[in-house]
Structure formats: C-alpha cells, structure tokens
Design a protein around this ligand. Structure first.
Ligand SMILES: [Zn+2]
Length: 263
C-alpha cells in the first residue's frame, strides 16, 4: 500500500547485539516528553501520533510511517540500539526530531508519499524541533551549557538571547555527535568494501553504503561542496547532513549538496 512507507534514518545491521543494559527507561522518558510537547501539533493536523520502541532491535535505526489503513495515524519508531551507542540525550533527540520531521517538514516530499524527504526532515529537525525542545524545562537542565564551544560561537552571531543561543548550540552539538556516531558505525563496512572489493556481499547493502563518503569524520568546518542537479530524496552523506543541521538552526537556505529549488 502506497501510504505505508517506512523511511529509514539509517539502515544497517550491527553484527553483535550490544550488551549494555541501561537506557530503556531513559529512552521512554525522553519519548514521553517529546510526545507531550508535540501532541498538540499532531492534533491540529487531525493526526494521531503513535510512538513505538523496538527495544531489542539491534539496528541503529528509526522510522516514520503513515498508518496502512489511515493516513491520520502517524507513527514514529525508535530502536533500542540508539541507547546502546553511548550517545548523549542531546544526540538521541536528534533522530526523534528527524522522524517527526518526516511528518511535519513539508515539501519536498517522497514521490507518492505524505512524508518529507530525508534532507527536509533534517532541516526541520534543526530549524524547529530541536531548538523548541531545548527551550523546554525538561531539556534546559539536562545538559551542560555549551558555552565557549565551536557550537556556541556559531550561534552567538545569529541569536541575541541567551536561551536562543543555548538551544541553538545544543542542537548543533547533539546533531554533530549523532552524525559522527552514524559515520563511525558504518566506517568499518566502508573500509572493508574498499580493501576487498571483489568479496561476495549483499549488493543492496553495498549500493547503500557506497553513497557515503568515508574519507573524513563530518565536522562543522568541512562543508560538502557537491552541488546536485535534482533534489535528493534519500539520505545525504553525513557531512551534507551536518551542513543541513547548521543551515537549519541558523535559518540559512538548504544546502545544495541535497536540495535544488524547482526551476
Ligand atoms: Zn529519515
């Protein structure tokens, strides 16, 4: 059914089930808070938000779906592996906001779908969702203030209030940490494809992995200079996603490494 499309934040299977026990309760607490914050937005659209956790799932992955029988049912699912990766809460909010973004971020949408494309979901996460969450009471006291950091300095010139600056800097810090964790998670596979190109592999997985640039860790200071000819629907490279995060939080145009305006 066309309306039932799963959009993956990241797709790959990790080889071992991570064995860190903690985190389930923390993930549920975070999801409860996010749900409470965004329920009015879903209601305004006439939608019903359904949040799911696949706690035992060992893929570092999250999903957004529209219900198979009703497009009013809007699903966000987060796998437990997110909590077994030693990510900060700041970083974990990032994939949650990205999945909400598939529902709320608007154009460009996936073809034949109600869901925004990957770059657009990232852009909305950085522009709307994360700064909003970081200004709530729940997030304000959760994290150390990122003053005197590269993140804060980027935000200082754009925002005049301390609350806005802090929310912006936390958005950047969490987003960069999350993209770096994704990059580190797939790097061994990328390196092994490069080292042994003739080895038999799952061709779909190889095709998926080859989109990524394994040459460097994504940073705020190393922008992706590629210019695409047509808006990209799937996941941009990690560096391009960091650039999108920066553009979103500073209110700048979507980067040309994934977005091209209609002529
Ligand atoms: Zn996605």
């Amino acid at each position: 059914m066309k309306s039932f499309i799963a959009i993956f934040t990241l797709f790959f299977a990790t080889s071992v089930l991570a064995n860190l026990p903690a985190g389930r309760e923390k993930l549920n607490t975070i999801l409860d808070k996010v749900e409470r914050e965004f329920t009015p937005d879903f209601q305004k659209k006439g939608w019903r938000l359904v949040v799911r956790t696949g706690w035992k799932k060992d893929e570092l992955n999250a999903y957004a779906n529209v219900g198979a029988f009703s497009e009013r049912k809007r699903i966000v699912s987060i796998n437990g592996e997110m909590m077994r990766r030693n990510l900060s809460e700041e970083a974990i909010l990032w994939p949650i906001c990205h999945e909400l973004g598939h529902h709320f971020a608007g154009q460009p949408l996936y073809p034949d779908s109600r869901l925004s494309v990957e770059g657009q979901a990232d852009y909305w996460a950085a522009q709307v969702c994360l700064p909003r969450l970081f200004k709530t009471e729940f997030a304000e006291n959760l994290f150390p203030a990122p003053v005197d950091s590269i993140y804060y300095r980027k935000c200082e010139t754009k925002y005049s209030s301390e609350l806005d600056r802090q929310a912006c800097a936390r958005t950047l810090r969490g987003g960069v940490q999350f993209q770096q964790a994704l990059f580190e998670a797939i790097r061994p596979s990328l390196e092994s494809i490069k080292a042994k190109p003739s080895e038999r592999r799952n061709t779909e997985e190889v095709r998926w992995l080859q989109k990524y640039d394994a040459s460097h860790t994504p940073l705020l200071t190393t922008p992706d200079l590629n210019i695409i000819e047509r808006t990209r629907y799937d996941h941009p490279a990690h560096q391009c996603r960091v650039d999108t995060l920066l553009a979103g939080v500073l209110g700048e145009p979507r980067p040309a490494c994934w977005y091209k305006a209609d002529p």
